[in-house]
Design a protein around this ligand. Sequence first.
Ligand code: 13P
Length: 250
Amino acid sequence: MEKKNIVAGNWKMNKTQKDAEEFIKNLAPLIKSCRSSVYIAPSFTALSQSLDAAKETNIIIGAQNMHDETDGAFTGEISGIMLKTLGVEFVILGHSERRHIFNEDNSFINRKVIRALKDGLEPILCIGETQKERSENKTEEVLEEQFCASLKGISKEDAQNIIVAYEPVWAIGTGKTATSEIAEHVHLFIRKLILKHFDKEIAKNMHILYGGSVKPNNVEELMQQENIDGVLVGGASLDYKIFAEIVNKA
Ligand code: 13P
């Protein structure tokens, strides 16, 4: 089967139920014949409307986070099984905003990845270095640590259902996209990590998405790189026309 690119939108803390529904209804006809798989991650509160609006379209709906336990005394949290039973298909885990603002560490993210797989959700595991780490030449060390610790104990069978997103923290929401050379260099490094950790088949098939200031004017060049299998878009996924342009160019 041919490997399709993935264009994913992460709406972060934006859009009410009504906004989400309108967005999806407007987007769907514009991307009907796109070549990529299209993923959108609304806020928890807009998931239900988004799922309804995305019925009979090629848009796949996911969540931006989940807890690693199934139920219990975790005020304010949402479990994988709650998402799965709602009809959600994927979940973003380890986003740098979760790591840096909400202090999530690799071991918590690892438990979430394991739980998401058990619950039948496709995890998009985000990894990425800060500006400081990059300037100290620690990019590869940081990525290897995040990758290995977040995927600890994951079997080869389960690894087939995981997507990795490389999101350099310095490129998120800053307008400073990694050049396609920098992104490709890191994606190749991640591809080799997958090979080392799992096997050749998984390394070949696993999607590695790039995220960080992806816009209509840089998506084509990024997508031309051999090891970039898609993009994870923040700010530019909030406007349906701009997001449609990205999807159709990818
Ligand atoms: P921006 O596209 O706004 O830089 O955000 C990227 C991101 O964090 C997607 O998860």
